[in-house]
Write a protein that binds this ligand. Structure first.
Ligand SMILES: [Zn+2]
Ligand SMILES: [Zn+2]
Length: 137
């Protein structure tokens, strides 16, 4: 199913013709630090199915405990976090909160659960992975 979304001010818009079932609540410190949110929910999409359809996002690159660097893209005007991309990956992640209809995707698991904030209580039954999703690369 296609998903579409964009930033708070409307300058930057994207579309993905399909997405995977890997929708993750990420509790990692990098997602916190880069967004200011206590957790980020990401929808994995094939890179080939994704395109920017309006505006041009700004980007910030950083190292991680993955083998390759990360590029995070966001709106330069209003600051909305939009995507998380790992170099040399065939997938990228779209910030679920930036979707026009976030309710259309279903969270599947928690990643970096070991890094979650202590007061954040979770009562869903989704799998919780201490670090990244097993099998992701
Ligand atoms: Zn914006
Ligand atoms: Zn994260």
């Amino acid at each position: 199913m296609a998903i579409e979304g964009g930033c708070f001010c409307g300058a930057v818009r994207y579309r993905a013709d399909e997405h995977t079932d890997s929708v993750a609540h990420c509790h990692c410190q990098h997602c916190r630090a880069s967004t200011g949110a206590t957790l980020m929910t990401w929808v994995e999409v094939p890179r080939a199915a994704f395109e920017w359809i309006a505006g041009e996002p700004a980007s910030y690159r950083h190292e991680s405990d993955w083998k390759t660097a990360i590029t995070r893209r966001f709106c330069a005007d209003c600051g909305t976090s939009l995507t998380y991309e790992r170099d040399a990956s065939d997938w990228l992640d779209v910030a679920a909160g930036s979707l026009d209809d976030p309710g259309a995707v279903a969270p599947a698991h928690h990643v970096y659960h070991a890094s979650r904030i202590g007061w954040l209580e979770i009562d869903d039954q989704l799998p919780r992975h201490d670090r990244g999703y097993p099998g992701s690369q």
